[in-house]
Design a protein around this ligand. Sequence first.
Ligand code: HEC
Length: 209
Amino acid sequence: MDYHSIVLAHRVLVTAFLLHYVWKTFLLVGNKKETLAAYTAKTRIAEMVVSLFFLLTGFYLIYAGPALSTLQWIKIAMVFASIPIAIIGFKRGIKPMAIVAVLLIVGAYGLAEMNKAKYKKMDKAPVDTSTAAGDPVAIGKEVYTAKCVACHGDAGDAGLGGAKNLKLTTLTDDQQKDIILHGKGGMSAFPLPDDQLNGVVAYIKTLKQ
Ligand code: HEC
C-alpha cells in the first residue's frame, strides 16, 4: 500500500470510530442502557479491529508522513487522552467522562481539518525572499526551507509523505516547475512567483551534488 492509500484508510477508520463513539455516548446520555449494552456487545470485535488499525495507520503516518505541526501533536495528545477516559467512562457508565472523551475525539478531528486548511493557505502564500538579494539559489533555498523540507527534508531525500527523492530526480526544469505549480499526487500546488519558482529549481540542482 502506498502512503496515500494509508492516509485514506486512516481517515475512513477515524470517521467510523468517531461515529461509533458519538452513537455510544448518545445512548449512554439518553439512559438507553440495554440498547447500549447490546450495541457494545455486537460491535466489540469491530471496535477492536477499527481502533487497532486506526492506531497502526496513525503511527505509520507519524513515522512516514511530513514533519508534524504543533496542531498535529495536540491532536495526537487529545486522541491518546481520550482513550482511558472513554474506557473508564463507558465501563462505569459515567456520562461526563464519556462526553469528555467524545469531545476530545471530535476536537482532534476538528484540529486535523484546521491543520489541513492552514497548510493549504500556507502553500499558496509567497515567501519573503528579500534577504536573498536577487541570487536565484539563495532565493530557492529560502523557498525550499519554508515550503519543501516538511516532506523532502533538508537534503532532498527524506521521502516523507511519499515524496520523491530530489537528489535523484531525472525531470527537466519545466517538468519540475509544472509539478511545483500544479502539484501531483500527495504534493500540493505551490503557485510561486517566477523568481521563486526558478530559484527553487536552481536550488534542487545543488542538492544533487
Ligand atoms: C506534503 C509533502 C510535500 C511537500 C511540502 C512538497 N512536496 Fe514535492 N513531492 C511530494 C510528493 C508526494 C511527490 C511525488 C509526486 C508524485 O509523483 O506522485 C513530490 C514530487 C516532487 C517533485 C518531482 C520529483 C520527481 O522526480 O518526480 C519535485 C520537483 C518536487 N516535489 C519539488 C518540491 C518543491 C520545490 C517543494 C516546495 C515548494 C515541494 N516539492 C514540497 C511531496 C511534497
